[in-house]
Ligand binder design. Structure first.
Ligand SMILES: Cc1cc2nc3c(=O)[nH]c(=O)nc-3n(C[C@H](O)[C@H](O)[C@H](O)COP(=O)(O)O)c2cc1C
Length: 205
């Protein structure tokens, strides 16, 4: 059981980093093999829409995204963590998502599994925002759920916290960090008991 964390915040040890670390710690406590990428430390170009990936499902840009593709293929669970920035994910995470156009090409153009095999995989999303807007997470949830659907990863849930702004503010929340730890444990338990096979693939993007 491999759990891959993808940290999208530019802020080291910030709120989403802390939540993701607890989620990963919970997953590891149930025996999962864990790995986390911190996108801010990587060199990831935005997609250049060169369409090279349409031929073989492989992105021709040789940067740190080439480290992430194989880890996504190896993962049973992918957990994405990003604060809300201008009602979306961070630029770091958006670049990483857009580079998965190569996986879109595998599925919709080349008609092969986007992550190399048909193993059941689960996806989870962690986010915080500084405001308390009622629709704070709506646009981002559409994007994240679409992303997971396109790469054949079954969306398994989310942890979302509003009104969390200053660095470390999440630690003052009564139970957010514990919720993240428990969510990490639960997703591993669920995946071990009943790996999802119900990932209904859409006919188009
Ligand atoms: C560039 C930028 C844009 C932001 N946009 C939003 C926003 O649209 N809505 C919101 O509620 N908070 C917004 N915030 C606040 C962050 O979501 C908030 O500070 C969060 O706690 C940061 O999480 P982190 O510590 O994991 O980076 C923004 C912050 C930055 C730096």
């Amino acid at each position: 059981m491999r759990v891959l964390g993808i940290a999208g915040s530019p802020r080291r040890n910030g709120n989403t980093d802390m939540l993701l670390a607890e989620f990963i710690r919970g997953a590891a406590s149930k025996g999962a093999e864990v790995k986390t990428f911190f996108l801010r430390d990587l060199n990831i170009s935005p997609c250049l829409h060169c369409d090279a990936c349409l031929k073989a499902g492989i992105c021709r840009i040789k940067d740190d995204m080439q480290k992430i593709y194989p880890e996504m293929e190896n993962a049973d669970v992918i957990v994405m963590a990003s604060p809300i920035q201008f009602m979306g994910v961070t630029a770091h995470m958006k670049a990483m998502i857009d580079r998965c156009q190569a996986l879109w090409a595998r599925k919709y153009v080349l008609k092969v599994p986007p992550l190399g095999d048909k193993r059941a995989r689960k996806g989870f999303f962690i986010s915080v925002g500084g405001t308390k807007l009622t629709n704070l997470f709506e646009p981002t949830l559409v994007m994240i759920k679409t992303f997971f659907r396109i790469i054949d990863v079954t969306y398994a849930g989310e942890l979302l916290y509003k009104g969390i702004d200053e660095k470390g503010a999440i630690a003052k929340h009564p139970d957010a960090l514990q919720q993240a730890f428990l969510a990490g444990q639960k997703i591993v338990e669920d995946q071990l008991q009943s790996p999802s096979t119900d990932n209904i693939l859409p006919k188009g993007p």
